[in-house]
Design a binder for this molecule. Structure first.
Ligand code: CA
Length: 381
């Protein structure tokens, strides 16, 4: 039942975190500016802190900038964390995020093409029965435990602040036109406030969802909680598919991870990975074909940092239950209509209507209306 009873049955029993990462460009954007990583077993063993590190980052800032910022953040956080010389996981996470912030900022200063780029970053480390979180921005980390879902991170967004201050309801925030505006993000200034949480307790069966707003913007907590009961591969794929069904206006990235009990000795666990795979190889379209492709996101900073590490189903995995019938289409994913033209025609129509409206407005005498919106430091993403 609980982790205690499992541990009592076998003194060798301990908790391991299995994780899968899925990402998709979505149906509207032309480029995936999200990035994510999960450390490999080999990396975890080489790191004195051990533990499994999971990261999701959602970049913003013009052509090239967003994808560069999120990739730089994930690569830097991972490399810094794995090279940490402290026994304190929370401190190591804080240092890793701070270093990533500096690196993105300086890269942006040095390269006019990248000026103003930034990214969210949400990282979770789980080591045995303890976990830590490092977080900036509005990507989220949820924990699903005993059928209840809890958002462990706090959004650093304008609307989240307005909700906290009682100026908006949660429902109003979800459709607010400025819901994408961040008040804190990585890489836009030389320093950044980093939320560090932990150690938090980890129980057997705890399921963690790390995701960009491309998921949590269109799939809400009751559904996340429900789908998180599934085996993690099916849950992650289901989340992305659900976002696609809702039009996926933004890039969608999710890591689903679950604490499970194992009696296998640590050295016996081998995920078969030495080197990391390009994140893009796990895009849904590629998964359909079971193929791997080379990275499509240009690597701007050719650092000798391991490329982001999505993890295949781990070898310690128990056999997965069959897909249930109401959720088992012939293909694992219905092929998403990538960059659908359907989304372009309403846009053209909307622009035409807008132009006509503007013409009518300017040709009629009308009272002056001014926008009271205060300027924000950070751009939408
Ligand atoms: Ca996003």
């Amino acid at each position: 039942m609980s982790e205690q009873s499992s541990a009592q049955e076998d003194p060798q029993a301990r908790l391991v975190l299995r994780a899968v990462l899925r990402t998709d460009v979505g149906l509207v954007r032309s480029e995936n500016q999200d990035f994510g990583a999960v450390t490999t077993k080999r990396e975890e063993r080489s790191n004195p802190l051990h533990g499994r590190l999971l990261i999701v980052a959602d970049g913003m800032g013009g052509h090239r900038g967003g994808a560069t910022a999120s990739r730089l953040s994930v690569q830097t956080v991972k490399a810094q964390y794995l090279g940490a010389d402290t026994g304190d996981v929370g401190a190591a996470l804080r240092d890793a995020l701070a270093r990533a912030n500096e690196k993105i900022y300086h890269e942006a200063q040095a390269n006019p093409d990248l000026r103003g780029m930034g990214t969210t970053t949400s990282a979770l480390v789980v080591r045995g029965s303890e976990g830590w979180i490092g977080h900036v921005g509005d990507s989220r980390i949820y924990r699903v435990r005993a059928g209840e879902i809890e958002q462990l991170t706090q959004d650093h967004s304008l609307v989240a602040t307005m909700v906290r201050e009682g100026l908006l309801t949660t429902q109003e925030a979800e459709t607010h036109p400025r819901r994408n505006v961040l008040q804190r993000s990585m890489g836009v200034a030389e320093g950044v406030d980093i939320d560090i949480l932990g150690p938090i307790d980890i129980l057997e069966g705890d399921t963690f969802i790390l995701c960009s707003d491309g998921l949590h913007g269109v799939v809400k907590e009751p559904e996340l909680r429900e789908m998180a009961q599934e085996p993690i591969e099916k849950a992650a794929e289901g989340f992305v598919r659900r976002a696609l069904e809702r039009g996926a206006p933004d890039n969608v990235t999710v890591i689903v991870a679950r604490a499970e009990t194992t009696v296998e000795p640590e050295e016996a666990i081998d995920d078969g990975l030495d080197e990391t795979q390009p994140l893009d190889s796990l895009e849904l379209a590629d998964l359909d074909q079971g193929s791997k492709q080379t990275a499509k996101i240009p690597v701007v900073n050719p650092d000798p940092v391991p490329v982001a590490q999505p993890e295949p189903p781990a070898s310690e995995a128990a056999p997965e239950p069959e897909l249930d019938p109401d959720n088992a289409p012939t293909a694992k994913y219905p092929a998403p209509p990538k960059k659908s033209r359907f989304f372009k025609w309403p846009l053209v129509l909307l622009l035409a209507l807008g132009a006509a409206g503007a013409w009518l407005y300017w040709t009629q005498p009308a009272p002056a209306v001014a926008s009271q919106a205060p300027p924000d430091q950070n751009s939408a993403h």
